[in-house]
Design a protein around this ligand. Sequence first.
Ligand code: KG4
Ligand code: ZN
Length: 325
Amino acid sequence: MKILAIETSCDETAAAVVEDGTKILSNQIASQVEIHARYGGVVPEVASRQHLLSIIPILRQAMAEAGVTCKDLSAIAVTVGPGLAGSLLVGVNVAKAMALANNLPLIGVNHLEGHLYANWLEDKSIDFPVVCLIVSGGHSDLVLMRGHGDYVVLGRTRDDAAGEAFDKAARILGLGYPGGPAIEQAARAGTTSIPLPRAWLRGSSDFSFSGVKTALLRLVDAGKVSSVADGAASFQAAVVDVLVAKTVAAAKERRVKQILLAGGVASNKLLRNWLIKKSPLPVLVPQPILCTDNAAMIAACGYYHLQAGEIDGLDLDVVPSLRLT
Ligand code: KG4
Ligand code: ZN
């Protein structure tokens, strides 16, 4: 069963073909990062227009790479939210047109659920229940997953998402956009640790990252950050410390079998390595290219919805503020 998926929730125009929810036949991504970098962040209208320009070429490339035509497809999956409304609309409208023209089922996918399903592209031996940490530009969700489509949100961020915090800290340190990879790169040269606070929020699985960002800003303004590398390394360590400790604590408390990591921030090596080191349970992490936005994860997720008979009508709409539960 081959599913074609489209992802246009933010600043990547992506299309992929995945077989049986696990085997990637193609995974094409047109990134707009360089276009938005000069503004220091994603400009929504620029993003929508860029999706319009890229979507058809990217779809053609994805189908050519997979060696399929519309006749070989079983369904069209598309991200409906969360994300930028104008960006989502481009993907959803193209998906609808393809579904209508080829009489194929249409499956609307939650982007956050899609991030989780990147793990199914790597490993078929996922054993429920699992605790999942989804860390992206807009979300930091700690979720108990008891089965396909069965989620209990244990905690989420009370202010900045982890990726957002990385992006803001990068700006404070004068590093480029997107901030996560820039901080990770700069941190490699760090030698001296700068004390930064951790918001443990005892007794809760929620996160808060605005305090550590403000603390970094105050220290930079006061000239107390010895170097950009030290600032980056200390900030990265402070964020990762809390993410890892809370995820491991939740997994132990819920007596789950595995931990799943997902979302753009999951491509951070310190987070990946630290979580694997501190967890007494197996930790599954997709390869970096499947952690950041892509359409293969949307196809993988769409497959399980199709299996469950969850198909959408052609009146499918975007939901920019969609949550997991
Ligand atoms: O999942 P994603 O690609 O898009 C959203 O759904 O938001 O995540 C993007 C976020 C950005 O905030 C980016 O700075 C962060 O993920 N990110 C990283 C790394 N790569 C991307 N954060 C830390 N370390 C990285 N290596
Ligand atoms: Zn994402």
